[in-house]
Design a binder for this molecule. Structure first.
Ligand code: ATP
Length: 313
């Protein structure tokens, strides 16, 4: 019986631009993804029988075949039938610390951890790019979650180019526990309301993507210009999520007013984050936000930006 413990970090989006529709039904995106220290912990333990069993500390998370970590295990079984026959299934235990349906890639990072864990338990010797190609089949954020860091992501989020590292910065995450935003809803609503703004000319799209590395935010990241980074945060999905969720809009406005380098919604929300130069600054902003919003449903977490993806303990 073999067992591995894996740390599966969450991500925030420093930048999210929706460029256009793709023929496969997804959107063409331009994003800057950033790993953070807030992470789930997964135990993956081989037991020699021919099935996968999954448990999760958070009752909100499904433990059946709709769980993305479970689907990752099934994908590995399908792709590596011989290894499954030799080594058998595993127990997957998720200690969930990342808020669920929060725009923090909680499910994707769990799937990434299962790919990494089974690669070890089944002694497959797959490289990170090979694991990332498998991850693409599970979800757009899974390839990023495997290696993590500060990364420009294009395509539907699976084409990754690492840029710099911002792990001296801190972040406050604000999320109402009872609020969840469906990623599918956010993108569909964006399509309904803003598809007239999509770039239709293929040459313009290619040129936009090829010039991405001269974008001001990417330049600011490579020069470690923290104030510029804070000013240049951007997320197109705010245009649909904030008007629908007034609490999130208010939280964002309050955090922005209190201070820090910059405030933005992560992914499809509803988590809002504020970047800070130090832990002390983050603590001060958190205390002020707590005084401004007396609501026990509001969770405020402080964590650091990180340069790592899935780690084996
Ligand atoms: P993303 O930022 O990648 O869009 P998210 O952080 O917004 O993701 P998740 O936490 O991944 O959202 O949860 C989205 C939905 O996926 C949840 O409502 C939950 O039912 C389902 N889900 C399936 N597997 C998991 C998992 N391992 N962890 C969390 N949620 C999961």
């Amino acid at each position: 019986m073999q067992s591995y413990t894996l740390i599966a970090p969450a991500k925030i989006n420093l930048y999210l631009e929706i460029i256009r529709d793709r023929p496969d039904g997804y959107h063409e995106l331009l994003m800057i993804l950033q790993s953070i220290d807030l992470a789930d912990r997964l135990e993956i333990c081989s037991h020699g029988t021919q099935d996968f069993r999954l448990t999760c500390s958070n009752p909100q998370v499904p433990t059946n075949e709709t769980n993305l970590a479970y689907r990752a295990a099934q994908l590995m079984k399908l792709e590596f039938g011989e290894a499954f026959a030799n080594y058998g299934g595993v127990d997957i235990t998720i200690d969930k610390r990342i808020p669920v349906a929060a725009g923090l890639a909680g499910g994707s990072t769990n799937a990434a951890a299962v790919l990494v864990g089974l690669n070890l338990i089944w002694e497959l010797g797959l490289t990170i790019p090979e694991l990332q190609r498998l991850g693409e089949k599970l979800g757009s954020d899974v390839p990023f979650c495997i290696a993590g860091g500060t990364v420009v992501a294009t395509g539907r989020g699976e084409k990754l180019v690492p840029i710099g590292d911002l792990n001296s910065l801190w972040v406050i995450l604000g999320k109402y526990k009872s609020l969840a935003v469906s990623t599918a809803w956010a993108y569909q609503t964006y399509r309904q309301q803003f598809s007239h703004e999509y770039i239709s000319d293929h040459a313009v799209v290619t040129s936009r993507i090829s010039k991405v590395h001269s974008d001001p935010l990417i330049q600011a990241i490579s020069h470690k210009d923290n104030h510029k980074i804070g000013q240049l945060l951007h997320n197109d999905l705010e245009k649909v999520v904030l008007p629908e969720y007034s609490q999130v809009m208010k939280l964002r406005a309050i955090l922005e007013q209190i201070g820090g380098l910059g405030t933005m919604m992560s992914g499809s929300g509803p988590t809002v984050f504020t970047l800070c130069q130090s832990q002390q600054e983050a603590e001060n902003i958190k205390n002020k936000a707590r005084q401004a919003i007396f609501d026990p449903d509001l969770e405020l977490l402080i964590t650091k930006l990180s340069s790592t993806g899935i780690q084996v303990v």
